[in-house]
Write a protein that binds this ligand. Structure first.
Ligand code: G3P
Ligand code: MG
Length: 233
C-alpha cells in the first residue's frame, strides 16, 4: 500500500460516477485520483468475475445466481452503460499497476486460492505484493488465501465490533482491519493501531464524515466518490 496520510479507496471503482465494478468504474476511480481501487470478486464456472451481489438482477440485465449461471451468459449481459461484468484478469490488465487494488473475496469454496494463483502470476509480471490488499468478510476463506500467498497483504473485513476487538485480524496475519462506518469505534481503532494494523472505513460519501474520520486517526476511507476524499483530506 502506498504511503499516504489518508488513503482514498475507490469503492467498487468509483460507484458514484459509473456502473459499479465495471472497467469504466475502475478507470474512473483511477482518473479521479484514488490511491487504491476496491472491487468484489466471485467465481462463475471456472472464472473469477467482478460483481458484488450473489444475484445478477440489481446490476445487470440478467437473472440468476452468479454461481449458477454459465460464464458465457454472464458475459452477454449489460452491467450498465454497455459494460460487461469484468474478469479479475481484465482488471489487472486495465490497471497495469498504476494504483493499488483491494480485492474483496465475496464467494467462498475455493475462490480465494484461485485469486492467489492469479495474483502470484501478476507478481511474476511485475506487480509488487504491496500493491495488493485482499480482504473478505469470510475470514476462513481469507485464511486460505493467506496460506496460498503469504507475501500478499490481507485485511479482515468486519461489520460490527468484534468481542476481541482487532484480534481476528492479528490471528490472520493481516495488515489492516476494514470496518463499517456504522461501527467506526475509536477503541477499535486504538486497539488495531496498538497491534500495528491500519484501519480503513467503508463506505464514506459525505465530506463531513471524511474529515471527522481523518481527524479521529483512521487511516483511510472507501468512497463511491474518490474525488470528494481527495478534496477533503
Ligand atoms: O470492502 C469494503 C466494502 O466494499 C465492503 O462491503 O458490501 O460494499 O462489499 P461491500
Ligand atoms: Mg466490497
Amino acid at each position: 500500500m502506498p504511503a499516504s496520510p489518508f488513503l482514498c479507496i475507490g469503492h467498487r471503482g468509483a460507484r458514484g460516477h459509473a456502473p459499479e465494478n465495471t472497467l469504466l468504474s475502475i478507470d474512473t476511480g483511477i482518473r479521479l485520483g484514488a490511491d487504491m481501487i476496491e472491487f468484489d470478486v466471485q467465481r462463475c464456472e471456472d472464472q473469477l468475475v467482478v460483481i458484488h451481489d450473489p444475484r445478477l438482477e440489481r446490476t445487470t440485465t440478467g437473472q440468476g445466481r452468479v454461481e449458477d449461471v454459465r460464464f458465457d451468459y454472464l458475459r452477454s449481459l449489460d452491467a450498465g452503460q454497455g459494460q460487461q461484468v469484468p474478469t479479475l484478469q481484465e482488471v489487472l490488465d486495465l490497471v497495469e499497476a498504476r494504483v493499488s487494488l483491494n480485492i474483496e473475496v465475496k464467494s467462498a469454496g475455493g475462490t480465494a486460492t484461485r485469486i492467489a494463483t492469479v495474483l502470484r502470476e501478476a507478481l511474476a509480471e511485475g506487480w509488487r505484493p504491496s500493491q495488493f490488499l485482499v480482504s473478505s468478510f469470510h475470514l476462513p476463506e481469507l485464511y486460505e488465501f493467506k496460506q496460498a500467498a503469504p507475501e500478499i497483504p490481507v485485511a479482515a473485513l468486519v461489520c460490527g465490533v468484534p468481542l476481541d476487538w482487532a484480534g481476528c485480524a492479528v490471528e490472520l496475519g493481516a495488515q489492516a482491519l476494514n470496518i463499517s462506518a456504522e461501527f467506526a469505534d475509536t477503541r477499535l481503532l486504538h486497539d488495531a493501531h496498538s497491534r500495528g494494523l491500519k484501519v480503513y472505513v467503508y463506505t464514506v460519501n459525505h465530506p463531513d464524515d471524511m474529515q471527522r474520520l481523518h481527524a479521529a486517526g483512521f487511516d483511510g476511507v472507501f468512497s463511491d466518490y474518490p474525488d470528494r476524499v481527495i478534496a477533503n483530506r
